[in-house]
Design a binder for this molecule. Structure first.
Ligand SMILES: [Cu+2]
Length: 419
């Protein structure tokens, strides 16, 4: 195989074959944005969650997460561990409860400006804030969950430590910027973990801000979104097999042959969605196409835009069928008046600004007219940093860069995609 590989296939194809020893999945299911699920799909999901909770699976997964907490956060194990962990949870749901069980994701970027107003945090989906007396969430299906780890309690939430609102999260502009400009996996990982990942955990409070955060059903949807962003980044340029940076215990460079914490399998087995046990993709997924074309980022993005184009009779306006970071990028590419300095902040050169067609007109629909500026959220508390044993200089460096990024956006009078 090696010889024919060298002779017949391009160098790139060889690398991909050599790194890929997982069989292609015969069935690939799609993880959808939670708001695009039908009522039936959502009911199926919550029915399984309730049963899994009653049977002790929530307690088990919270226990595992607590046990490995310091090892799988703040270093390069973050993405592979959580990918395997979610797929493990999902596979138990599918095998033991319902064949159509798949974890939705929550594209939190759509809600960054006023997270407490998100439809996802209402009784239609995941319920809202805890009540002031005891912190118990008393709306939505989650109000009926009896949690048992590490002690018997109701599901607790405490928005922004006892407020009824949640301060602004990192916006999709920031996520788009990191997706576009991070060349190292370790840098992409820390920038995401230190921004929207922490935002959602810490500001929902209660169970979500503890080591046993998987008690809150928000956990799976939030981490599916984080996993989606990793998959999206992997689908860009030649990022698919990139694994670098500090591993657990801080000393050496993690590589594809290292084992995933708590699972006796090498990291390489979870790298590519659609192979091995990773039989899922995301509804925006560029990653499933990444193997066929390592420069799939641009191609698949254009494909998704083309689909948007075709779909002229759709009731969805442009923006609702794309994820938040895609809306940001498409506005930059398709808007004639985008300041080249802004485009270059996102790693977009002006010659990538391709055909505008009806998209420019359509993008007006989600283009909020009233001026708003976006600012970097408050830095994480010392409690949050110490709880994860984060490297403080890394957290501070990411924060500093975020601040500079937002300052430049505002200086160039950037109009946010959502406000
Ligand atoms: Cu975690």
């Amino acid at each position: 195989m090696k010889i024919s590989c060298i002779i017949l296939i391009t160098a790139l194809g060889c690398v991909s074959l050599a790194q890929q020893n997982q069989p292609r999945c015969s069935n690939i299911h799609t993880r959808k944005e939670v708001r695009s699920m039908s009522q039936n799909e959502w009911n199926l999901y919550t029915d399984v969650i309730k049963q899994m909770n009653d049977d002790g699976w929530t307690a088990w997964f919270s226990y595992v997460h607590t046990k490995v907490f310091y090892v799988v956060h703040g270093n390069s194990m973050f993405f592979p561990f959580h990918r395997k962990y979610l797929q493990h949870y999902e596979s138990i749901g599918r095998r033991n409860y319902n064949n159509n069980f798949y974890i939705p994701y929550w594209d939190v970027g759509r809600d960054y400006a006023a997270p407490h107003k998100s439809a996802v945090l209402t009784d239609r989906y995941l319920g809202g804030n805890g009540r002031s007396s005891d912190g118990c969430v008393n709306n939505g299906f989650v109000s009926k969950l009896q949690l048992t780890y590490p002690y018997r309690h109701c599901l607790v939430r405490e928005f922004d430590r006892s407020k009824n609102t949640i301060q602004t999260w990192y916006s999709p502009e920031y996520v788009a910027y990191r997706l576009q400009t991070s060349t190292k996996m370790s840098k992409f990982r820390s920038s995401i973990e230190d921004s929207i990942h922490g935002d959602v955990h810490s500001s929902l409070g209660g169970d979500m801000s503890q080591e046993y955060s998987p008690n809150d059903p928000v956990f799976m949807l939030h981490h599916a979104n984080i996993d989606r962003l990793w998959a999206k980044w992997q689908g860009m340029r030649n990022n698919l097999w990139k694994m670098d940076g500090r591993g657990p215990n801080g000393i050496r460079n993690l590589d594809l042959d290292d084992e995933i914490t708590n699972y006796n399998i090498p990291i390489r087995t979870v790298m590519e969605l659609g192979y091995g046990d990773m039989c899922y993709q995301y509804s925006d997924s560029s990653s499933s196409k990444a193997r066929e074309n390592s420069q799939a980022r641009t191609a698949s993005f254009q494909a998704s835009l083309a689909q948007t184009n075709q779909d002229d009779n759709s009731t969805n306006s442009f923006g609702q069928d794309l994820n938040s970071e895609d809306v940001v990028i498409s506005k930059l590419i398709y808007n004639d008046s985008t300041n080249p300095e802004i485009a270059s902040l996102f790693g977009i050169s002006t010659d990538t600004k391709i055909a505008k067609r009806s998209l420019a007109r359509r993008s007006q629909k989600c283009n909020v007219k009233n001026k708003c500026t976006i600012t970097v959220p408050n830095p994480f508390s010392d409690r949050w940093i110490n709880m994860h044993k984060y490297d403080k200089t890394e957290v501070e460096q990411n924060y500093k860069e975020a601040k500079e990024f937002y300052e430049k956006l505002n200086k160039y009078k950037y109009v946010p995609a959502y406000c």
